[in-house]
Design a protein around this ligand. Structure first.
Ligand code: BGC
Length: 733
């Protein structure tokens, strides 16, 4: 539809109609068996509001959506179609590894493909917009939602943000098989104080701008149609009411022209944050801040009319928001084709099809991170291997946010190994949840009803199995429901019964390989002591068991690297590589010096740093070569290394370039990732890898908050992780 027609339509709409266009209702109003991702609300949504609503969340299925849409259009005064939105995160039915795992691939193509598959499947099921990508920078492993992000680094997250948006939207979200992307949660939601979900956020403006905003901006530049506000406060103002954030930063500075949606009930929550006395006040603050859509509350639909009629809110503000909703529908082509790709036949052929499963398996294999290996891996087909632990059978390995995916469609480790036909034994050993404990998933509680006695008997059986094997693969970790929204943890170790199982097995068989399932970095000190190899597999998705089997048996080498540092213990959290020197930097050669920036009982360094990960082979690096020692304004410098596979197997190396600004007008991080490339090398093969360095990538917010690069000395590091010492200096003149 032409813009003028949208404006004419807007002019023709009644005040009520316009207000209701900003309302997004949950599936419960429209379809049975719906999925709720926020607290249930009993606020009296009127029938008229629902009849005239602008969008719906969490309804899926071509048949249902077509019926709802048809009925809605027929009954709507201007026959305006609904937009159907849902959280399609790491897949719809074919589930890819969780986003944090995708970050570990250090290969944005993995995310692009995952998004492409998710878009294809969910658009066939009638969805128009996904609430993804979530690009919140995450540095606190206690926070359950770190699994939804690609990690602790602004550059890595930005590269992925772009790939995800492009994967969902293609070159035009209107096209068949594509979705509109909604980047979230704007802004800073990934830094809740104490790692507790929904908690307030304290960030300096410089940290916000230098570290947290770049990934949202990358998604916006890639064309994301929507932005979702975050639950948290920034500078003590909830984002949904934050005029500076939404109008100045997002719209003026970043040039965002799309639609802003509140997070679930976030408009009403402005009241609970204490910025207004009632929901009417919340509606006023939110519309003034530029929040267009009200997800799941009646703040707008019940109070905007009063506010406009009394002159407290101008009708122009309302019109601005409504126009953005109409524009969204137009960008999705819904005025011409309100059903878009919803198609029952396509659902049958596309969902969980062979091609998608194959892509999910290839993706998963790229995300596993090998933390330790004394040579015990890869396994050999003829060895007798015992697969022990709750995650041998667990099919809930699709990640907390796969709300439409089903565990039954996932391949467990046991199924993967059995199909591979090797000499294997199996014993569950214990449940993934401790006996008598319960954890709440997004929609279901999971519990373990076994008594302690029954649980201990299972350990005995596992020990017997371990005695019969040459090697033991321990499949252990945290339950999927211990991660995700509203799943912050104060203890980031694996559950107690699993620790007990590991110790009991390790007593009788020393050849332990741990395959760790997790949605966050865990404290794995004890595991490290007992295992000869550790493979982090995150929540690997529908094809998890097959992918794990192929990597364990060496069909492919593991090639993931940590997208978040694994802490030594929870006491270090948040711990991340891009920290600052402080005035009293820890001098490792002088540990007895008390007055240094340090803990007296634990090390400063994480157990495994960002970017770390092994392969089944070894690589060597040449010195860093710089094309020139000086970089002038507008110029370019090439930094390169030659990487060689010196081992006996094919493998991948993630070559990483970090840069330190040696002296700035404000303290600068000790190093920052500025480039990476994953390369596969045959034994004995070598390759030159080069990175371009321009003034642009050296920019930051200086003492006057100008975004600029300051002249002077810089150090460039190129190596296999964020601890590399392979370095050279250059000067920006
Ligand atoms: C989450 C969002 C999600 C929304 C809709 C909220 O609770 O914070 O990330 O998109 O629910 O399901």
């Amino acid at each position: 539809m032409e813009q003028q027609k949208l404006l004419d339509l807007l002019k023709d709409m009644s005040l009520d109609e316009k207000i209701n266009q900003l309302f997004q209702g949950g599936a419960g109003f429209y379809a049975e068996g719906s999925i709720a991702t926020g607290p249930a609300s009993e606020q009296g949504f009127s029938e008229k509001t629902i009849r005239e609503a602008g969008s719906v969340l969490s309804v899926v299925g071509a048949k249902t959506i077509k019926e709802i849409q048809k009925n809605h259009i027929e009954n709507h005064p201007h026959h305006i179609p609904l937009v159907f939105m849902a959280d399609i995160i790491n897949g719809y039915k074919t589930i890819f590894p969780i986003p944090l795992a995708q970050g570990a691939a250090f290969n944005p193509k993995v995310a692009y493909t995952g998004a492409e598959v998710a878009a294809k499947e969910s658009s066939a099921a009638g969805i128009h917009v996904t609430f993804s990508p979530m690009v919140d920078l995450v540095r606190d492993a206690r926070w359950g939602r770190v699994m939804e992000s690609t990690g602790e680094d602004p550059y890595l997250n930005s590269v992925y943000a772009k790939a995800l948006v492009e994967g969902y939207q293609g070159d035009d979200p209107k096209k068949s098989g594509k979705l509109g992307a909604c980047v979230k949660h704007f802004a800073g939601y990934g830094a809740p104080t104490g790692g507790r979900d929904y908690n307030n956020v304290e960030l300096s403006e410089r940290t916000l701008r230098d570290d947290y905003l770049p990934a949202y901006e990358a998604a916006i530049k890639a064309g994301a149609l929507l932005v979702m506000t975050s639950f948290n406060t920034l500078n003590r103002i909830p984002s949904t009411a934050n005029k500076w954030l939404m109008r100045q930063v997002l719209r003026e500075e970043m040039g965002f022209e799309g639609t802003v949606i509140s997070d679930w009930a976030a408009i009403e929550e402005i009241k609970y944050h204490g910025l207004c006395e009632d929901r009417k006040g919340a509606a006023k603050l939110a519309i003034e801040a530029g929040t267009d859509i009200d997800m799941m509350t009646t703040c707008y639909s019940n109070y905007l009319k009063e506010l406009i009629e009394s002159g407290e809110v101008s009708e122009e503000l309302l019109d601005e928001a409504v126009l953005r909703v109409l524009e969204l529908k137009n960008k999705l082509g819904l005025f011409e084709n309100p059903y878009k790709d919803a198609d029952e036949d396509a659902e049958k052929t596309v969902l969980l099809c062979e091609e998608h499963r194959k892509k999910a398996k290839e993706a998963a294999k790229e995300t596993f991170v090998l933390l330790e290996n004394n040579g015990i891996l890869p396994l050999k087909k003829e060895e007798k291997v015992a697969f022990i632990g709750p995650f041998t059978e667990e099919k809930n390995i699709i990640g907390a946010w796969s709300i439409f995916g089903e565990a039954k469609d996932a391949v467990s480790v046991k199924e993967g190994v059995e199909a591979y036909k090797v000499n294997a034994l199996f014993a569950k050993g214990c449940d993934s949840i401790d006996p008598g404990k319960k954890v709440y998933g997004m929609n279901l509680p999971y519990d373990c009803k076994r008594t302690k006695e029954e649980a201990d008997a299972m350990i005995e059986e596992a020990v017997e199995t371990a005695l019969k094997a040459d090697k033991v693969v321990m499949c252990i970790g945290e339950h999927m429901a211990q991660t995700g929204e509203a799943a912050s943890r104060g203890d980031i170790t694996i559950p107690k019964q699993q620790k007990k199982l590991l110790k009991a097995v390790a007593r009788v068989n020393k050849n332990i390989i741990v395959v760790l399932f997790n949605g966050r970095p865990l404290d794995i000190r004890k595991i490290k002591e007992l295992a000869k190899a550790i493979l982090v597999v995150w929540m690997p998705g529908s094809e998890g068991g097959n992918a794990i089997t192929e990597v364990l048996y060496g069909e492919t080498a593991p090639s993931g690297r940590l997208p978040m540092s694994f802490p030594y213990s929870v006491g270090q959290v948040p711990v991340f590589y891009g920290e600052f020197n402080t005035g009293r930097k820890m001098d490792d050669s002088n540990p007895d010096n008390k007055f240094q920036s340090r803990y007296i009982d634990i090390p400063n360094k994480p157990l495994y740093t960002f970017g770390y990960g092994l392969s089944y082979t070894k690589f060597t690096y040449s010195e860093v070569n710089l094309s020139r020692g000086l970089l002038e304004e507008g110029g370019e410098l090439i930094a390169s290394v030659i990487v060689r596979n010196t081992g006996k197997r094919r493998g991948a190396e993630v070559v990483q370039m970090y840069i330190r600004d040696d002296c700035g007008s404000v303290a600068r991080p000790v190093r920052e990732l500025k480039g990476f490339e994953k390369i596969w090398l045959e034994p004995g093969e070598e390759k030159e890898v080069s990175f371009s360095i321009t003034e642009e990538i050296l920019k930051f917010h200086d003492i006057n908050m100008n975004y600029t690069a300051e002249k002077g000395s810089f150090t460039v590091f190129i190596g296999s992780d964020s601890d590399t010492n392979n370095q050279k200096k250059f000067e920006l003149i």
